[in-house]
Design a binder for this molecule. Structure first.
Ligand SMILES: [Fe+2]
Length: 340
């Protein structure tokens, strides 16, 4: 099976001899790849390699396992939220368990998060969204170089960020059409309800602040207080990126799912005035790497393969159409509409 070098994983077995441009053997068939080998192949500009199918089967098994853990976590989260609604108390231990188990699985192989973009059904959107925000927040913490403890805290903050919604009346929360001004004001209060709820439940203030501030924006246009820039705490700025990204990538009653490339470009624009560029840019870089090797549909209707992500503009990669390579940084009118 052919894989791009960005998708090559340590442990994969080479199914071909690999040579450099002068014909010198780099690695023989049968080599079990490690990080060093993969780094060396990149240095020699090897774009694609043939690996044994057995390792693909192992990968499929990992994906299946991840999906099973994810679905079980969504079910468990649903039960916890129902319980919190009736008791007014939040059982924090099981929430820590859910976010930790999933994050541990993801941190071993961040590429598996790619699977989230494939599970995009509306069923149980609320709970899937909380899970996804938790996963993206924890992973983003890793990409930002934060400690393991901070990664775990951010994953927990992500799962709890919208907990104030349990106090918003159902007729507003589940309304199909547009909300009236009054209903919107009530909806916005989920931030303050959430902060109060978490503080009452003796959750640490840095996590409660995420419930309060995740809709605040750098230019002061957010809510509930319209605070600006560094007055918005760091954890809230991280979770805000994960929240916006997952919401825009999801199929909702009032919105069709957008392609991750389109959403990444919107986030990029939001980083000019509303979101923190020092958080947005590493996020976009990390996300766009996931799609190397994937088939995508362009706005021309053609199908192409993502071959390489450029550091300066990760949302406009090098793609391959048949035998032709196209640098999307130089073809500005062409966009990636969908990932297959
Ligand atoms: Fe929210």
């Amino acid at each position: 099976m052919k894989v791009t070098i960005s998708n090559a994983k340590p442990g994969s077995i080479l199914a071909e001899d690999l040579y450099d441009q002068t014909g010198r053997l780099l690695l023989p068939k049968g080599t079990e790849l490690d990080e060093m080998n993969i780094y060396m192949l990149r240095k020699h500009h090897i774009m694609e390699i043939e690996i044994e199918v057995a390792s693909r089967q192992i990968e499929l098994e990992r994906i299946r396992q991840f999906q099973a853990t994810y679905e079980a976590s969504v079910d468990m989260l649903k039960q916890i939220v129902d319980q919190a609604k009736t008791s007014g108390k939040i059982p924090i231990e099981p929430l820590i368990d859910i976010s930790t188990i999933l994050l541990e699985e993801i941190l071993q192989d961040t590429g598996i998060v790619h699977q989230l973009s494939r599970v995009r059904n509306q069923d149980e959107y609320t709970f899937r969204h909380l899970m996804n925000v938790s996963i993206y927040s924890g992973m983003l913490a890793k990409w930002l170089g934060l400690t393991k403890q901070e990664q775990m805290k951010l994953a927990l903050a992500g799962i709890l960020h919208d907990c104030g919604k349990i106090f918003v009346p159902n007729h507003i929360l589940n309304k199909q059409g547009a909300l009236t001004d009054e209903e919107q004001e009530e909806m916005k209060k989920h931030t303050e309800y959430g902060y109060q709820f978490l503080m009452n439940n003796k959750i640490s203030e840095e996590i409660a602040l995420v419930a309060l501030n995740h809709h605040e924006r750098r230019d002061g246009t957010g809510y509930p207080k319209g605070i600006r820039d560094r007055h918005i705490d760091f954890f809230s700025r991280v979770v805000a990126v994960a929240d916006v990204y997952d919401a825009m990538c999801s199929d909702r009653t009032y919105q069709k799912a957008n392609s991750p490339y389109h959403v990444s470009e919107i986030l990029w624009e939001l980083s000019y005035d509303k979101m923190d560029p020092q958080i947005v840019l590493p996020f976009i870089h990390g996300i766009c790497q996931f799609f190397v090797g994937d088939q995508v549909v362009l706005n021309t209707g053609e199908t192409a393969k993502v071959v390489f992500v450029y550091n300066d503009e990760p949302t406009r990669p090098l793609v391959q159409l048949g035998n032709v390579y196209m640098d999307l940084r130089k073809h500005r009118q062409i966009k990636i509409e969908k990932i297959l």
